[in-house]
Design a binder for this molecule. Structure first.
Ligand SMILES: [Zn+2]
Length: 110
């Protein structure tokens, strides 16, 4: 499983993982409200210089995303520090579990 193929399983509106439908075309949105908001935005940006699929975030949403990315970096640094200091396997494993959880939360940008 490579990261590029996993990325396409993310909702193009909010970034959350899209549940596999099993058959037919891959779903682009995780839920109906995301599909609806994407539709509304396409209508709002029509005739402007913004691309139809532009990702428009409020400054609050953008700074929350930056905060989440910062948390990912801190968690990654915790793993690196633990390994450098020769921490026990179970401690490193626990830190990695945290890192994966924090990174997963950071994938959602709305
Ligand atoms: Zn979504």
């Amino acid at each position: 499983m490579n990261s590029a193929s996993r990325r396409t399983d993310s909702c193009v509106w909010c970034g959350r993982q899209v549940a596999e439908s099993g058959i037919g075309r891959r779903r682009r949105y995780c839920r109906q409200s995301c599909r609806q908001r994407a539709y509304e935005q396409r209508n709002q940006v029509k005739g402007t210089s913004l691309p139809l699929d532009a990702v428009v975030l409020t400054s609050e949403e953008a700074s929350a995303m930056v905060d989440r990315l910062f948390q990912v970096r801190c968690a990654a640094e915790d793993v690196a520090t633990a390994i450098a200091e020769g921490a026990a396997d179970h401690e490193v494993e626990s830190l990695c579990t945290d890192l994966v959880r924090i990174a997963r939360e950071a994938e959602c940008f709305r």
